[in-house]
Unconditional design. Structure first.
Lengths: 371, 314
């Protein structure tokens, strides 16, 4: 039995259905990230777990206990809000201790708990300050301290890093990851940033329009997206999704990519998914991540199915650690990720290696993965 | 406040035109300010003059031998109707009526604003609309119905006293006035607080809920301590309105011991025995005006800040 279980959760505002039957579960000590574009229902889902929003249908269980109708304070959860929601009229210590004060914890115990949390988060010198006297990163720490001090069964984070600048965001991301590793708490985390999702999660739920599109480990989500939306949403730069057709015959299928003013590329598929034969000479979407499309020298040595084809390079973007090259296949701009020192010129033709073991195929009609 | 910068003109004629403009603008402002302050000035100087000086001298002249006598007389000796014990009793009457009325209406307004923004229920806009409507009720139209209601409450008070030996203040004119002012002040106080709390971050309320704070704990510990600017605005507004009210005061406590300051002042001025003591009348009027002035001086700097709060998000 999982630690956090969500069964058939529905949420309606009037006639509008915000959450359309969510099923999720998370093991104890897991880190679940809810990710999706704005308006997908991820924050609403988090609020229903917190008890700040009621649910229309379904069940939420934590550690085997149904918490559907419990008041937020009775659910044994702690929440970190996007705006941190620190009480401006109280000191940092007051903020951290407010929940304990409400539960009637004696002052001495409160002080002990504050000191302990302050030590973990290194905010001991800030305890007597007001939130307005803190920097963004410090506020973030205090907000986490307020959650930590409760020692709850479940931590809820609602886009906690989106108000920080880029560098601080990376620092705090590592800090959250470290916190999770050292305390072993169970966390549900909402973000629209797919990098945060990939780096932090043990499980990711990609959401769209109130539905879970795919639920799995970061590697599953990244390597085996179940549909076009997940493939497109996860990963930066995004996966190349190229309109293509299936050619070849019998067991030797190949994927055919149109090129501008040149004959099409035909890439032979060594171990094509079984479902693909039904799409012979039909249009499909060929998905290949930028790192699976590279210069032949940089290609993965032990990949079993690599095909090389000449591509016309339109734009070259040196990014320091890598060089991105943009070519045009199937009428779409396609990004290839090359070594930083790859010798490549825009306007020339260069052989690029397609790592077809990493390639995925989608049905353009249903947008689902062809397996 | 933004200042509209006019680009400096290069031609010499332009500069002089601007100077003329400035002179006209500031001249008019000074004139209006003078006009506005003239009555106050006359009141102030007259209240420090002796009767001889008033009868023989210029109204605008400064007092030649300033005396506090008129003030002392107004406070302790002047006749209000038939009793000649000064206005001090009525001053306290007003205080006893205004302070509870202001505090109760402000707190209820804050509570209303809190519920209407953070604990929304079906039909909250309708309720708020009706509360707003209360701001526009002409008080003359409620004078008689309210008198009937207060009469019934008074009779109920008598019944209560007969039954329990205590009337719970029902029928007491001061309590009646407090009740009336609270009821008719609610529209404005609710409006002020609702608009302030509309911009108040809801996440704070949610965080407090997760922390286990109850409805009233959130109100007392989170909302109120962060409402200082609007609290001050509401208190100033309510204090000025209720202190200066004459209509309700004369209608429901126009005679007898509970008469508020405004009604008493009217009676001082209208007392028609002997010479009209302008200096005493002016002093009495100044005393009547002082508390509202004091409230502005003490809390005024929060006033503008509070009025502006919520206008710009931040």
């Amino acid at each position: 039995m999982a630690f956090l279980e969500i069964d058939g959760l529905r949420k309606q505002f009037g006639s509008v259905e915000i959450l359309k039957g969510i099923d999720l579960d998370l093991e104890k000590g897991g880190f679940l990230v809810l990710v999706g574009p704005s308006g997908c229902g991820k924050s609403t889902l988090l609020n229903t777990i917190a008890g700040l929003e009621t649910i229309t249908e379904g069940e939420i269980r934590v550690d085997g206990r149904t918490i559907n109708d419990l008041h937020p304070s009775k659910r044994d959860i702690a929440m970190v809000f996007q705006s941190y929601a620190l009480y401006p009229n109280m000191t940092v210590a007051g903020n951290i201790a407010f929940g304990m004060e409400m539960r009637g914890v004696p002052a001495q115990e409160r002080q002990k708990a504050i000191d302990k949390v302050a030590k973990v988060l290194q905010i001991g010198h800030l305890l007597q300050r007001k939130p307005s006297q803190l920097s963004g990163g410090q506020r973030q720490r205090v907000a986490m301290g307020r959650a930590l001090v409760r020692d709850p069964k479940l931590f809820l984070f609602d886009e906690p890093l989106s108000n920080l600048d880029a560098k601080l965001r990376v620092d705090m991301r590592i800090e959250i990851k470290r916190l999770h590793a050292t305390t072993g708490t169970t966390i549900v985390y909402v973000t629209h940033d797919q990098i945060e999702a990939m780096t932090l999660a043990t499980k990711i739920a990609v959401m769209r329009d109130g539905e879970v599109q795919q639920f799995g480990t970061p590697a599953e989500i990244y390597n085996n997206p179940t549909n076009l939306f997940v493939a497109d949403f996860m990963g930066s730069p995004a996966m190349n999704l190229i309109p293509a057709t299936i050619g070849g015959n019998g067991n030797a299928l190949s994927v055919v990519l149109q090129r501008e003013a040149r004959e099409p590329i035909s890439l032979p598929l060594a171990d094509a998914p079984t479902g693909l034969s039904a799409f012979h000479s039909k249009p499909i979407i060929f998905g290949v991540r930028p790192e699976a499309l590279t210069d032949p020298e940089g290609a993965e040595r032990n990949a079993s199915n690599i095909a090389t084809a000449d591509c016309h390079i339109e734009v070259v973007e040196p990014a320091g650690s890598d060089t991105y090259a943009v070519t045009n296949l199937g009428g779409k701009a396609v990004v290839a990720r090359l070594r930083a020192d790859a010798n490549i010129q825009p306007g020339t033709s260069t052989p690029l290696a397609f790592n077809l073991t990493k390639a995925v195929f989608f049905d353009p009609a249903t947008e689902n993965r062809i397996l | 406040m933004s200042v509209i910068a006019t680009p400096a003109r290069q031609s010499t004629g332009g500069i002089s035109a601007r100077t003329v403009n400035r002179i006209v603008i500031y001249g008019l402002l000074a004139l209006f300010a003078l006009f506005y302050l003239m009555p106050l000035f006359v009141m102030l100087v007259t209240s420090f003059k002796t009767m001889d000086e008033i009868q023989n001298g210029n109204m605008l002249a400064l007092p030649q031998a300033p005396t506090f006598e008129p003030w002392l007389k107004a406070w302790g000796e002047t006749c209000v109707g038939l009793t000649c014990a000064g206005i001090k009793g009525y001053f306290w009457n007003s205080i006893k009526m205004v302070v509870p009325a202001v505090l109760i209406s402000t707190l209820l307004g804050a509570l209303n604003g809190y519920v209407l923004t953070k604990w929304r229920f079906r039909g909250h806009t309708l309720v708020f609309g009706l509360m707003l409507f209360a701001c526009f009720i002409p008080f003359q139209s409620v004078l008689l119905p309210m008198a009937t209601i207060l009469g019934s409450l008074g009779r109920f008070g008598v019944t209560l006293r007969n039954a329990t030996g205590f009337s719970f203040g029902l029928g007491n004119p001061t309590v009646n006035l407090v009740f009336v002012h609270v009821v008719y002040g609610l529209g404005f106080t609710t409006l002020f607080f609702r608009n302030y709390y509309e911009a108040f971050p809801t996440e704070l309320v949610k965080a407090a809920q997760v922390d286990g704070a109850s409805f009233f704990q959130i109100f007392r510990r989170i909302m109120l301590p962060n409402s200082m600017p609007i609290f001050v605005v509401t208190v100033i507004y309510q204090f000025t309105n209720i202190w200066n009210d004459f209509l309700f005061a004369s209608a429901y406590a126009g005679t007898g011991d509970a008469m508020p300051m405004t009604v008493a002042l009217n009676n001082v001025v209208n007392t028609s025995t002997g010479v009209v003591e302008y200096n005493v009348n002016m002093a009495a009027a100044m005393i009547a005006a002082l508390p509202t002035l004091l409230v502005y001086v003490v809390a005024g700097r929060y006033f503008v800040r509070g009025l502006m709060a919520g206008a710009v998000k931040g």
